[in-house]
Write a protein that binds this ligand. Structure first.
Ligand code: ZN
Length: 279
């Protein structure tokens, strides 16, 4: 028995040494996404990043997925591991580089920052509905082409801008604001399924598209929605008209992009999909 106990670690070590895990390195920054491809052998493959399972698509013997880093990143490196039946077969090591985001000073009436109990209740209830929507993305890419920015107009507030109200830091803007008049045509940034079309406390009349694989785009402060929940839309298809509904200081389009539960920079998704998807 004693001999067996001594032998066991040796057997385990030999088993590990026989199956070397291929390792690659990548970089990412807070609020960004990266496309990854990796070999897959069978249907038992799983992809796990930071210990959480990530949806991926299989094409031939390749797995394909997006990896995101939260805006609220602690800049710690992390691993994405591909496993087959529990054993690691491929590893992607991410280094997180810092990204500076600008700050804008806003002076507002303190009454407009504080919400009434009714407004707070409404916003909370809507958040529960949105959480359910964001947790039910379909496990397939609904698109085959790169993402396109919804408008060509001036960007009035870029993704990640820190907002300082009355000299106290209050939050950050995790979307892209475009200059738009009331009634400007808003196209879908990519093909997908309409999972929400309705009125919300913060973003007013809003359309949310599920592009599959936990990728969503959000179009806010609209004057009119032109699509119905459950409908499939094509990239560039007219889905709404811009406006100034919800909590806004004037007409504009708020474009939000959510990947795996976090708002990321839509322009990075546009660039990254341009590299790996064909027109
Ligand atoms: Zn906005």
């Amino acid at each position: 028995m004693k001999q067996l106990l001594i032998l066991l670690p040796l057997i385990a070590y030999t088993a590990c040494a026989q199956t070397p895990v291929e390792k690659v390195s990548k970089t990412i920054r807070p609020g960004e996404v990266r496309w990854i491809e990796f070999p897959v052998q069978d249907s038992k493959n799983k992809l796990t990043c930071r210990g959480e399972e990530i949806k991926f698509a299989e094409q031939g013997n390749k797995g394909k997925a997006f990896v995101m880093e939260s805006y609220f990143s602690n800049l710690k490196p992390f691993k994405c591991v591909v496993t087959s039946d529990g054993a690691a077969t491929y590893e992607i090591n991410f280094t997180v580089e810092d990204r500076e985001y600008p700050a804008e000073q806003l002076r507002v009436d303190s009454k407009t920052i504080r919400l009434s109990p009714e407004a707070e209740k409404r916003a909370w209830e809507e958040q529960q509905v949105l959480n359910r929507i964001y947790a039910s993305s379909e496990r397939t890419f609904h698109f085959t082409q790169p993402f396109i920015p919804p408008l060509n107009s001036t960007v009035t507030s870029i993704y990640g801008t820190k907002r300082v109200y009355n000299k106290k830091k209050k939050g950050q803007h995790l979307g892209i604001d475009y200059r738009a008049a009331i009634g400007d045509k808003i196209p879908a940034a990519n093909s997908g399924k309409v999972v929400f079309a309705g009125d919300l406390f913060y973003t007013g009349w809003t359309v949310i598209l599920d592009h599959g694989m936990d990728i969503f785009t959000v179009y806010g402060h609209l004057s009119k929605t032109l699509v119905k929940e459950g409908e499939m839309v094509k990239r560039g298809q007219l889905i709404a008209l811009s406006g100034n509904t919800g909590r806004t200081s004037g007409p504009h389009l708020h474009w939000g992009v959510k990947v795996q539960g976090q708002y990321i920079d839509g322009f990075v998704l546009v660039d990254e999909t341009k590299k790996y998807f064909t027109e």
